[in-house]
Design a protein around this ligand. Structure first.
Ligand code: AMP
Length: 523
């Protein structure tokens, strides 16, 4: 027997319709290519998105068809998302840091029919289309979509089931070919309800929310759904994500909450070091995508009064897996112990389940092991693949190495492939990075496994110093003194002018390994 409640599919069009009905005058602002701010309301965005939907339908786009976007976080991109998803088509967010050949491979794999692109990215879009003739047309976000919006009456949204696909996002492909994760309306809708909760991102109608994390990086971690869902002001930063631009946006648009990877926050902190000033009215930031060094967390909290929420997740989890937020348990601990919990990756919300499996049957609970996840917003099967992405019990192996402590907080110690395996023992590269980042002269750092004849691998510290700073190797190694066992201390240090960044703005450890794998042998 089924229950007898209304049949009300959890489809994403309802999110913008809700904002249009209950928060019609709330602002959605976006940085335009010329640096000015474009301003609209949720009511205007919803009307425009429906008209763009009609243009897509007129082109012949049908439910389930893939329509790609290649763009920064902008107003036209936001409207395009809802225009595509509202008619049951799939919004495939392409990663603009990839080159034309990589993009064409992904667009072919996805079977994209149309491509909506930022004006500044038109050259790469055209080079990509030359390699992917199945793409029927390119529409420029802004001028192109404005013309279509002006020429069409609003389309009707919805009328399809919540298990229909809504979005497609490819993993960055650090191992093997990129793989597509096909989100459903239901999985993204429920993910939205999860992240707005107080212990997660904690977003409300009085907030002004700045998603710096790109819309192509796992749906801007869900924020372009969450802000309209609660009627918060949405501030879309466009292409300029340097410290000065982010600082200006925070003050100018009254930003109270924001989310980005650590390298972005480092850029903002460096900028503040140079020019002074504060971060008001910013209250809370979500930092994830790679480990947030405790030193960064302390600077934001102690100097600027910002509440840092350290989050862990991945494209395959839609992306949220865990968030570190205060609890009765953390408050009851000593400040030091409680602080360690808040520096960890935190706990999962309802709907995410985690387990750590050790290959060593004698391993204690504090021994890092392979991390598995499952839940309503976890990938079941990659796009176009026949086999499940999970094991027989529905657990997805994340590729991360972690410990879950007795309070239920997750501590990621490494990405599987980044662990330094020294003489059969594991050394946590992320643990060492957190320590190296304590040195005041260090702007960015990474620890990689360098090949070593005697021990197999040894840790090598790669650092980018702050502008104008210089210091000896001995000084850079000082923070390790007494903090970790002697055999964990990096065997060498490489200084770089600029860290290589991957497609989602994280430090590209694979590039560093390729460049410096033989460094300890050579020296
Ligand atoms: P992506 O799918 O590109 O977002 O990458 C997901 C991967 O980023 C995860 O599997 C982790 O290896 C890493 N990651 C994300 N958040 C964190 C975090 N807070 N700490 C450490 N690693 C993280």
């Amino acid at each position: 027997m089924n229950g007898s409640m209304l049949d009300w599919p959890l489809t994403l069009d309802r999110i913008l319709v809700h904002a249009e009905r209950w928060h019609p005058d709330q602002a959605v602002v976006g940085a335009a290519p010329d640096g000015t701010m474009a301003r609209r309301t949720y009511a205007e965005c919803a009307d425009r998105a429906r008209r763009l939907s009609a243009a897509l339908v007129a082109h012949g786009i049908e439910p389930g068809d893939r329509v790609a976007t290649l763009g920064w976080n902008t107003l036209p991109h936001f409207e395009a998302w809802y225009a595509i998803m509202g008619i049951g088509a799939v919004c495939h967010t392409l990663n603009l840091r990839m080159d034309a050949a990589q993009l064409a491979w992904i667009a072919r794999d996805a079977g994209d029919r149309l491509l909506l692109v930022d004006p500044a990215l038109l050259p790469v879009a055209e080079a990509m289309r030359a390699l992917c003739p199945a793409i029927e047309g390119i529409i420029v976000l802004g001028a192109g979509t404005d013309a279509l919006i002006a020429a069409h009456d609003p389309a009707r949204w919805g009328g399809f089931g919540e298990d229909q696909p809504a979005g497609l996002c490819y993993t960055s492909g650090t191992t093997g070919d990129p793989k597509g994760v096909l989100y459903t309306h239901r999985s993204n809708f429920l993910h939205t309800l999860a992240i707005i909760q107080p212990d997660l991102f904690g977003i409300g109608a009085a907030d002004s929310v700045l998603p710096i994390v790109p819309m192509f990086h796992a749906n801007a971690w869900g924020i372009a759904f969450a802000a309209p869902a609660v009627g918060a002001k949405l501030v879309l930063p466009g292409a300029r994500l340097d410290g000065a631009s982010v600082h200006r946006l925070i003050a100018g648009e009254g930003v109270t909450m924001s989310a980005a990877v650590p390298t972005v926050w480092q850029g903002l902190l460096d900028h503040l070091d140079r020019v002074g000033g504060g971060l008001a009215p910013l209250r809370r930031v979500v930092i994830g995508g790679s480990a947030c060094p405790p030193s960064m967390q302390r600077r934001l909290t102690d100097h600027y009064g910002i509440e840092v929420r350290h989050a862990w997740g991945m494209t395959e989890l839609s992306p949220l897996g865990t968030v570190a937020a205060p609890s009765a348990a953390s408050a009851a601990l000593s400040p030091e112990e409680g602080g360690r919990l808040l520096q960890s990756q935190g706990r999962p919300p309802l709907g995410v389940d985690l387990k750590v499996v050790s290959d060593d049957p004698d391993a204690g609970p504090d021994t890092p092991g392979r991390l598995f996840a499952r839940g309503y917003a976890t990938v079941g099967r990659y796009f176009g693949r026949d086999t499940p992405a999970t094991d027989a019990e529905g657990w997805f192996e994340t590729g991360d190495v972690a410990v879950i402590d007795r309070h239920g907080f997750l501590h990621i110690t490494d990405r599987d492939k980044d662990v330094v395996k020294s003489g059969g023992e594991w050394i946590s590269s992320q643990g060492l990075e957190a320590i190296a980042a304590e040195h005041p002269a260090v702007a960015h750092c990474a620890v990689i496994a360098a090949d070593c004849d005697r021990w197999g691998e040894r840790p090598l510290l790669v650092v980018q110093l702050r502008e104008g700073e210089d210091c000896s190797d001995a000084s850079l190694l000082e923070p390790f003194d007494g903090t970790v066992p002697r055999w964990w201390v990096p065997d060498g240090i490489v200084r770089v002018d600029a860290m290589p960044l991957g497609a989602t703005g994280k430090i590209d450890k694979r590039a560093l390994r390729d460049a410096y794998r033989d460094h300890l042998r050579a020296s």
